[in-house]
Design a binder for this molecule. Sequence first.
Ligand code: ADP
Ligand code: GLC
Length: 480
Amino acid sequence: MKVLFVASECAPFVKTGGLADVIGAVPKALAALGVDIRVILPVYPALARVAKTGKIVTKFDELFGGEARLIAAKSEGLNLLLLDAPHLYDRPGNIYLDDSGQDWPDNHLRFGALCFVAAKVATEGIKRWKPAVVHAHDWQAGLTPLLIRQAGAKTCPRSVITIHNIAFQGLFHWTVKDTFSIPDELFTHEGAEFWGHLGFLKAGLSFSDKITTVSPTYARELLTAEFGMGLEGVLQARRGDFSGIVNGIDLRAWNPSTDQALAKNYTSRSLGNKEQNRVALRTRFGLGSDASGPVFCVVSRLTEQKGLDLLLEALPVLVGRGAHLALLGSGEKHLEQGFLDAAQQYPGQVGVIIGYDEELSHLMQGGSDAILVPSRFEPCGLTQLYGLRYGTLPVVARTGGLADTVTDADDAAIKSKRATGILFTPVTSAALRDAIHRTCDLFDQPKVWRSLMRNAMRYPVGWDQSAPAYLELYETIATK
Ligand code: ADP
Ligand code: GLC
């Protein structure tokens, strides 16, 4: 089975969030199942070095305003197809945003070009390689299924689109349809049109053969007006082709027994070693050594989605229980400022680093007792999965993938050794405060806490279940 992944980010090369982790990890898991898989990505500055090691497979004299080349390269165990179009991608900083934090004004061209080239590879093949299935991820890849459909039914490969986050839909002025020669019959309410705009994600949802999202609970939530962000009707109409497949993590990149970013490696049999990581974490975040409660951490984008304003409101309870907080994140200015102010207000108890630091995020998983994820919605969430693997108990809102991957430490689950964390609902600061109290109560019972840590570390967070689920899905459409 030949499969082409289309995505805008991929770890370890270029990452703004969990999408990159998933795109960096699933192809390897699928390759281990015998899938011949390639990933097409834009050549941002972060990929320039890898692109230099590859071979040019196609040249474009003119691709939406400039010359471009498609380069085949191998790196980090991935077979990459790199779209080198300097006029679109050779820009410093965030891959989606300009210096002022606004979307690049030509994002429709930048990601439309990616879809255009992906569809070309899909329908024409390159160097005798032609995929049976094209798997598009999020809005940036959303035009691909439409462009494949447009190319004609017979020779078309099948397509799947995965929704990693429906909050980002890629909506553009309707005239953009002409840039991509989208005919009027595809630009309809049942097609790519969304309230007068061209919707890249909507196009993907309308024209792909299958739709997935990254957890079963989020799949159910997306069918409702509360979570569907206007696309619930489209998903309801395609209910029979829509399912949730939970994310896994890269077990090699995230392994407490080998992780180079830790001060001391450990396993579930040497949990005492976590202490040295805690000491290193305290030093990095200026926390005192006097915590009588757990050390909580947060590693997150600071946005409305992540519910961290609720944590700001609940902080007096956290520090009141003798717990500490280490937060690493960046995003909305008012949240950044809120946490910086909290660090001033509770010196030695609340430590805050504003920024993005991959290595530090590993140390935080290694050195904390619990990780807080109070999201208002969470398609899957990966930091709670890292937490499980590192014996850092997730304290999470009961929504989306958080609900699917964490088992609440109620009495029955503790007894049957299934409990791995704390879940709370509704997503309010009052419920979060209760969850913090419950976490501290459990932490005060060292034997129970240790057994929760062991349960968490035993919980399967790799791709063992989900990679075969994707393959099965590909097989149902490819053989039709
Ligand atoms: P989302 O994709 O919605 O941001 P996920 O939980 O799926 O949420 O993935 C977030 C990923 O980004 C995780 O790998 C997390 O460790 C990482 N991350 C988020 N913020 C930071 C940060 N400030 N520094 C380092 N890593 C971060
Ligand atoms: C999105 C979601 C997150 C998910 C990630 C990878 O960014 O917000 O919940 O884990 O994609 O699928």
